[in-house]
Design a protein around this ligand. Structure first.
Ligand SMILES: [Ca+2]
Ligand SMILES: [Ca+2]
Length: 290
């Protein structure tokens, strides 16, 4: 793991102007070979069937049913401020675009801060204050996409039926609203909870920031998938065809641990920019022809 890109300490270049400060950051980053979304930090999730949903939790998570997914990659970490800054600064040639993809400021939350200063101040913290559209634009720029809801859930729970990415015990292995996780009422740098990694090694799938997925939300999606699965498990489902809200998964620093489970489903209007929503990337694995 790259120590610069995942350094937990705040840097102290406070007397330099915002832009030169951020430029300095990325000059340094260029000398390193690994940032959070480097190729080695895209985790291959093998093809196969997994169990989606839960029989014992919220109504929209029911019932358990089988879903088949082709192999895909998902990013080990939530996308960081430093990474998003690389994308954002390239929009500078178009005032319309730079405005469109500028994260929301959180002056009242100094632990998150204003953009772009926070890209240098907190480079390894997850990007927040971005809409679903911003997340999509970033993913496309990286040649990737957002995970589907099914891809997100498989990466979080593996082939087991884990309630949380690490298992079924309610332990402080995630940045939630609890006071015992080391990050009280604030974000944590990505990858701060190695004991909370999923079966596949994906980090922060519980807590820290909610993560936009590609899918529209429907409260009967799991039920309708289960009806189809009774004949044959759905293959690479992409969610409802239409909707008003996009699905978010995993819970955040503002949520109790129950909402950070591997099956809990949340949703927001896609144009909302909040202090508790970020995203991670996915990419379909290339098929090797014989
Ligand atoms: Ca916390
Ligand atoms: Ca998360």
């Amino acid at each position: 793991m790259n120590t610069f890109c995942l350094n937990r300490k705040r840097n102290s270049y406070c007397n330099i102007t915002q832009l030169s400060l951020v430029t300095l950051l990325f000059s340094l980053c260029a000398f390193t070979t690994v940032c959070a979304q480097g190729a080695e930090n895209m985790i291959l999730i093998p093809a196969g069937t997994f169990t989606m949903g839960s029989d014992s939790r919220a109504a929209d998570e029911k019932p358990k049913h089988k879903v088949y997914l082709d192999a895909y990659h998902i990013s080990r970490y939530e996308v960081t401020n430093a990474e998003y800054y690389e994308f954002w600064k390239l929009q500078a040639a178009s005032p319309e675009k730079v405005s469109q993809h500028t994260p929301e400021n959180f002056t009242h939350l100094p632990q998150i801060g204003d953009w772009p200063a926070r890209a240098a101040q907190f480079p390894n913290y997850p990007i927040v204050g971005i809409s679903w559209h911003d997340a999509n634009a970033y993913a496309a720029w990286k040649g990737m996409r957002l995970p589907t809801e099914a891809e997100w859930e498989k990466a979080a729970r593996g082939y087991t039926d884990r309630i949380w990415p690490w298992g079924n015990a309610m332990e402080p292995h995630a940045n939630t609203a609890a006071n015992d996780d080391g990050y009280e009422n604030r974000l944590a740098p990505v990858g701060s909870f190695p004991k909370g990694k999923s079966y596949y090694g994906v980090m922060d799938m519980a807590g820290n920031v909610w993560e936009w997925t590609a899918d529209w939300y429907s409260d009967v999606y799991y039920w309708s998938s289960s009806q189809a699965a009774a004949k044959r498990p759905k293959k690479n489902p992409t969610g409802p065809a239409v909707g008003s809200w996009r699905v978010l998964r995993g819970g955040s620093w503002m949520d109790n641990i129950a909402r950070c489970s591997t099956t809990f489903r949340f949703y927001l209007y896609p144009n909302l920019k909040t202090s508790f929503v970020g995203f991670r990337l996915a990419k379909t694995a290339e098929k090797i022809s014989k």
